[in-house]
Design a protein around this ligand. Structure first.
Ligand code: UGB
Length: 615
């Protein structure tokens, strides 16, 4: 190194720091002076980036990693002294008066909301080659997740403006990473931001962190390049420090934002639950509100748990799925995490949709800078061999041997956004809202092979189940609104047994909340099981529709369309495809089915006015 004449003062300092921190192996394979100089400089550029993007720099990262790895090796229980119990929260039933009131309240508050999508994840479990937000949420309309999210936010913005006569733009931030940033930007730009103003959207890129090879936190080199450090994502917990350090939270606060809503990349149902959950936050004045669903014991979603410490402290927090079972076993529940008489675990499942009140959130971040307590490898500490944990083995530390000193493949420190309440004082109002799973949660996380291994009765969390869940939810909502909707049929796609309901989809602006949907459907409508209904216009009213086939209605906002009478045609059918058939596009074959568009009635209303669609 001494011979590298072009080394700057900063680079020399970085090299010194690395050697002092026991990382001299990073230079061991370097070529003699004068060879590979460009590569060597690129190495220091990377080190400088890793150093500046981590609070306290690489030194602090290595120190924290050593502490956590020592605890991990010793099998230290992160919950030492805490006893878990079932917390109390708000539990909502779709469509009843309480739900409708909360929805109304939520729409009122939406003008004061900002949304944050965490979309930096690789989607290793899904194994899809593109970015997950570009996947169609359902293939009937072909709307991708990002488009759906943006259209939901815009629909909320309009609804809030109409209800309160106060019209504000709802800001939308997306956390990306090196793996997703460019493709997310491209998706937005090539689709005119799906109708949102580009200035309303802010992309924040999280940096990766260095991978580690052993318990001494020896930094791992990239197996393909001896002049690069191997890096991996640091987890969705980065979102807090990014929002804070970018100044975005302060800007939002100064412009009157009161609620920050966080959500994940592939849940096509989420916005059906958002208005009511926001209503709960506003009514109960929760500083933190986590959205939850009933959870099967050992299901791969975290459990919302009350933790009470021997010294009297207590908190309501997510306990990650692989930690809940051992924690229960260690605290007097010999059977661990088991279903109770309801058929579900008594601990509600965290779906990582958080609503934070911005004032107290910003105050807290002024103290912490948004740093979230990290973890290393909690998943490997456990003896749990449940299939669900195996699904995530790519993120576990697997020790090479029983000395537990080096790893089979490199690991890194991670942090989770739902751990934010861990640093809050007991006076903080931390609550949660449970909703029906069919309404609120159908993520796309698992590849077809892994999904097919999920035991019967547990959710697949695959592209197949994610899409069919949207049709089920829309069918159930219309049923609740009085429409006669045909019963589903059982089908098997990619080895997964699913219910196939009529393929009903609508734009968020058509039906964002239940009271709006109720106003748009008459009492004498029916939709048969084989049918497909796509509503794209805002003011489309189903009067006495009898649908047995496919109907697509599009209309500009100022066109009011009444749909009456019987629509019958051959419609669109669902055909099984094999996920291994590479002649079919990946985003289709991961579902195990494709839609055959045989015959449909399609009507477009491009001019303002009142119209009647009588087939
Ligand atoms: N993500 C990032 O933006 N950056 C990262 O570095 C990593 C992820 P996963 P996970 O809802 O079922 C979470 O991998 O972490 C984004 C909760 O921890 O899909 O296994 C990524 O793009 C768990 O408690 O989920 O589990 C994605 O949008 C449970 O609630 C999001 O973070 C579970 O989700 C989640 O990443 C669930």
């Amino acid at each position: 190194l001494k011979n590298l004449s072009t080394l700057s003062f900063e680079q020399i300092e970085l090299a010194k720091m690395l050697t002092e921190m026991g990382q001299s192996h990073l230079f061991e394979q370097w070529a003699e002076p004068g060879v590979d100089d460009e590569e060597k400089k690129a190495f220091f550029d990377q080190v400088a980036r890793l150093n500046s993007s981590y609070p306290g720099g690489l030194k602090s990262y290595i120190k924290t990693a050593r502490e956590l790895l020592t605890d991990s090796k010793a099998g230290k229980n992160p919950f030492d002294g805490f006893t878990p119990s079932v917390p109390t929260g708000e539990s909502l039933t779709f469509g009843n008066d309480t739900f409708i009131n909360y929805e109304q309240e939520g729409v009122k508050e939406a003008k004061n909301a900002a949304f944050v999508l965490v979309a930096g994840g690789l989607g290793e479990r899904l194994g899809y080659n593109g970015i997950k937000v570009a996947l169609p949420a359902e293939t009937t309309s072909g709307t991708c997740f990002l488009q759906n999210y943006i259209e939901c936010i815009l629909a909320l913005q309009d609804a809030s403006c109409q209800l309160t006569q106060e019209c504000k733009e709802i800001p939308f931030a997306i956390m990306t990473s090196d793996d997703t940033h460019l493709r997310t930007l491209e998706l937005l730009e090539s689709n005119s931001y799906f109708g949102m103003k580009p200035t309303q959207v802010k992309l924040l890129k999280q940096e990766k962190v260095a991978c580690l090879d052993d318990n001494d936190a020896r930094i791992a080199l990239d197996p393909k390049n001896k002049y690069r450090i191997q890096t991996k994502p640091h987890g969705h917990g980065d979102v807090h420090s990014l929002l804070y350090s970018s100044g975005l939270l302060k800007t939002w606060h100064d412009t009157g934002v009161r609620w920050v809503l966080f959500f994940q990349d592939t849940n096509g149902l989420l916005f059906k639950a958002i208005p009511a959950a926001l209503g709960v936050s506003a009514t109960k004045q929760y500083h933190v509100n986590s959205l939850a669903v009933p959870r099967k014991a050992k299901e791969a979603i975290g459990g919302i748990t009350k933790l009470t410490h021997a010294d009297g402290r207590s908190m309501v927090i997510n306990v990650e799925y692989n930690q809940l079972d051992p924690l229960l076993r260690a605290t007097g529940h010999p059977n661990g995490d088991v279903n109770c008489e309801t058929g579900y675990s008594p601990f509600p499942g965290n779906i990582n949709q958080l609503i934070l009140e911005l004032g107290p959130y910003l105050e807290e971040l002024k103290n912490t800078g948004g740093a979230i307590k990290e973890f290393v490898n909690p998943k490997a500490l456990l003896a749990l061999t449940e299939y669900l944990v195996q699904l995530k083995c790519s993120r576990m530390i697997l020790y090479k041997d029983s000395t537990k000193s080096s790893f089979k493949s490199s690991s890194r420190l991670e942090c989770m956004m739902q751990d934010y309440p861990k640093t809050l004082p007991p006076s903080a109002r931390v609550g949660f809202t449970v909703m029906d799973t069919w309404l609120a949660y159908a993520p796309v996380k698992n590849n077809p092979e892994d999904a097919a291994k999920v035991p019967k009765g547990n959710p697949y969390h695959s592209a197949t189940s994610g899409e069919t869940a949207i049709y089920r939810a829309n069918s159930l909502i219309l049923r609740k609104a009085g429409v006669q909707v045909g019963d589903p049929v059982e089908e098997v796609f990619n080895g997964q047994e699913v219910e196939v309901w009529p393929r009903i989809t609508w734009k968020p602006k058509w039906g964002l909340i239940f009271s709006d949907i109720r106003k748009k459907v008459g009492k004498n409508c029916s939709i048969s099981e084989k049918s497909t209904l796509v509503i794209k216009g805002r003011n489309v009213f189903l009067e006495d529709l009898s649908l047995d086939g496919t109907l697509i209605v599009d209309a500009v906002d100022k066109a009011e369309v009444k749909v009456e009478g019987s629509v019958q045609n051959k419609g669109w059918t669902i055909e099984s495809v094999d996920y291994k058939d590479t002649s079919i596009p990946e985003e289709i074959r991961i579902r195990g089915f494709k839609i055959n568009k045989i015959e449909q009635l399609e009507k477009n209303y491009n001019e303002p006015g009142k119209f009647s669609l009588k087939p």
